[in-house]
Design a protein around this ligand. Structure first.
Ligand SMILES: Cc1ncc(C[n+]2csc(CCOP(=O)(O)OP(=O)(O)O)c2C)c(N)n1
Ligand SMILES: [Mg+2]
Length: 284
């Protein structure tokens, strides 16, 4: 797919994705708002710039693989895939409906562009490590990107996979963590503290990059940097604001698993439209 390199165009896309997510969750009357909306900039960077992929050939063998581990944020993935051309955008409004391709958690095989099924947290890094081991053994050029959440680092399996990735020197693996500081029922540092998070990954043998998860240029740069590290896996700790762009949702763990009401969806759309208007005026 042709890369989008214009930052304003990329920011417009992230805004469209946020608006899609708001409407999808309102239509479904259920789903996870905060994480999905907070990840719009990262998914825009990935699907419109970073990944080598072809929406017309979802099974192209040489494509990069994006493993989504925190499956509950799939509305942002679905919107990114639809906007990239994997399937018609009308499908987005069938989220969580019976017989829809867009299940509440991603199901590999029912929707083009989905590399793994997820929902049970803590498994995605293991899946990504397995794929990266195969790619390395077979000397393939494609890379594996693993999207993880901070909350799922409460699962020991994530750390087992982190150890294995270092053992096999998986330079073809880039993990991106949504460091949004919330999980289902509280703030991560209150439920089960993760800090010093970066030091832990360093101690596990990883290359660590901290990045502002809302700065699309910096996310793209961090992904490029990770490609230049051959002997270690890279983790990008992306600092995000859950619900970013919708002020009444921002930074509140209560929005982890709640959809907006009609009034709230309308307000969120107005907020996002206001941001969209400022993109053109901004200096790059
Ligand atoms: C193994 C497992 N345990 C519990 C859950 C229930 N659960 C769903 S989302 C979630 C919170 C995880 O935190 P995070 O992914 O950081 O949430 P977010 O930042 O998206 O709000 C939990 C505990 C699950 N899906 N899988
Ligand atoms: Mg979180």
């Amino acid at each position: 797919m042709k890369r989008m390199t214009n930052m304003k165009q990329l920011r417009f896309m992230a805004n469209i994705i946020r608006q899609d997510v708001v409407r999808m969750l309102y239509e479904a009357k259920s789903g996870h708002s905060a994480g999905s909306i907070g990840l719009a900039d990262i998914f825009t960077a990935l699907y419109f710039n970073v990944l080598y992929h072809n929406p017309e050939k979802p099974d192209w063998p040489d494509r990069d693989r994006l493993i989504l581990s925190n499956g509950h944020v799939c509305p942002v993935l679905y919107s990114a895939l639809a906007n990239a051309g994997y399937f018609p955008k009308e499908e987005l409004m069938t989220l969580r409906k019976l017989n829809s391709m867009l299940q509440g958690h991603p199901h590999r095989g029912t929707l083009p562009g989905i590399e793994n099924s997820s929902g049970p947290l803590g498994q995605g890094l293991s899946q990504a490590v397995g794929m990266a081991i195969v790619a390395k053994a077979e000397r393939k050029r494609w890379r594996v990107y693993a999207m993880l959440s901070d909350g799922e680092h409460n699962e020991g399996q994530t750390w087992e996979a982190a150890m294995l990735a270092a053992k096999y020197k998986l330079g073809n693996l880039t993990a991106i963590i949504d460091r949004n500081n919330i999980q289902i029922d509280g703030y991560t540092e209150e439920v089960l503290p993760l800090e010093p998070f970066a030091d832990k990954y360093r101690a596990f043998g990883w290359n660590v990059i901290d990045v502002d998860g809302h700065n699309i240029k910096k996310i793209i740069d961090a992904c490029s940097e990770s490609k230049a590290v051959y002997e270690r896996p890279t983790v990008i700790i992306a600092h995000t604001i859950p619900g970013k762009g919708v002020p009444f949702m921002e930074n509140l763990f209560e929005w982890h698993g709640k959809p907006p009401t009609k009034e709230q969806a309308d307000e969120a759309t107005r907020d996002l439209e206001a941001i969209k208007k400022t993109i053109d005026e901004d200096e790059e």
